[in-house]
Design a protein around this ligand. Sequence first.
Ligand SMILES: NC(=O)c1ccc[n+]([C@@H]2O[C@H](COP(=O)([O-])OP(=O)(O)OC[C@H]3O[C@@H](n4cnc5c(N)ncnc54)[C@H](OP(=O)(O)O)[C@@H]3O)[C@@H](O)[C@H]2O)c1
Length: 355
Amino acid sequence: MEQYEPKPPVPARDGVDPGAVPFVTLSGGARMPAVGLGTFGSDRYGAREIAQTVKGAIGAGYRHIDCAKVYGNEREIGAALAEVFASGEVRREELFITSKLWNDQHGPRDALVNCAETLRDLGLDYLDLYLVHWPFPNYHPPFCDGDTRNPDSRPFFIEEFMSVWRQMEKLVDMGLARAIGTSSMTIPKMEELWPLARVKPACNEMELHPHFQQPELRAYLWSKGVVPIGFSPIGSPSRPERDRTAEDTCELTDPKIMEIAEVHGAHPALICLKWGVQSGHAVIPFSVKRQQYIANLRCAAEDPLTAAEMAVMDSLDKNCRLIKGQVFLWPGAESWENLWDINGVIDRSGWLGAK
Ligand SMILES: NC(=O)c1ccc[n+]([C@@H]2O[C@H](COP(=O)([O-])OP(=O)(O)OC[C@H]3O[C@@H](n4cnc5c(N)ncnc54)[C@H](OP(=O)(O)O)[C@@H]3O)[C@@H](O)[C@H]2O)c1
């Protein structure tokens, strides 16, 4: 495995004009800033620290925040948002706020109840985007080992997913979610959802970084008018040990990315983000370090990559999925690859349970 040695961040000027940050227009017409702040601290950063980061990031020009109930920090982020609104710094309608429904909440009323709880915790009366966090139901305890298997985990069945999606549609009808979407969907799963969805998914959040570009899935989504949102856009260099394998590659030590970074006088992380934004999708990098998170926003607003540099970046795809999802496997599944339908059909390998 390539080892990444963190370097001290390059000092950034303070603050970015939100108007200078590119945006992506969703099918319903909403404008989503192309750079959002990720809020998953994993086991490294606590809820208070991340909430303080949200406050600092909004002050520095961020207008897009990527939250989720399972990140365990929505209440603290809600308190931070309340302070920001009370200060008059920004109004609610200037922000684009996403949250997500966790995998153990796919029951008959769960999406409605969970969305209400998220809104209460965040102190909001609507979300700009509500996502089904993963397309299959399962549970695993926080910080569990990568090999942990839960006996109740199930593969994707469209009938079960539609019971969740109907609730998501209702949230749109009720005005509680302005748009709804999916996360980590594959083309075969989306093909089953598409004809049945009364409200079509506006976005699909998915792993996207230069070594994992998913070109076919991105092209498919764009053909349907679904906006890709790239998670782990820097290649999640500080993810926990349990999420690493010997085959994983690292953008931050990629000689071609380092070379382009040198030309721009920028950290390789910023070249990854520029590639994402200039490819047309949104990116949601995570950082609690002020110089880093400001640089992550600023890099989308200035000094773009040239067409030749973009072509080099496009050529660096290694199909290296980092967030493999192995803890979500159902009993009988052999490998994390079963989650990703790599043969072009919905993969339920090893599943012997009821439909
Ligand atoms: N939908 C989903 O299922 C899903 C899955 C995964 C993630 N997400 C979302 O995506 C967000 C981002 O994903 P991620 O945290 O896995 O990966 P990431 O954004 O690719 O990587 C984050 C790490 O990169 C480093 N970093 C950030 N900015 C940097 C800079 N300018 N220079 C150098 N290093 C920098 C930081 O490491 P240090 O802290 O060590 O400095 C940070 O912890 C999450 O917070 C979450 O909101 C969604």
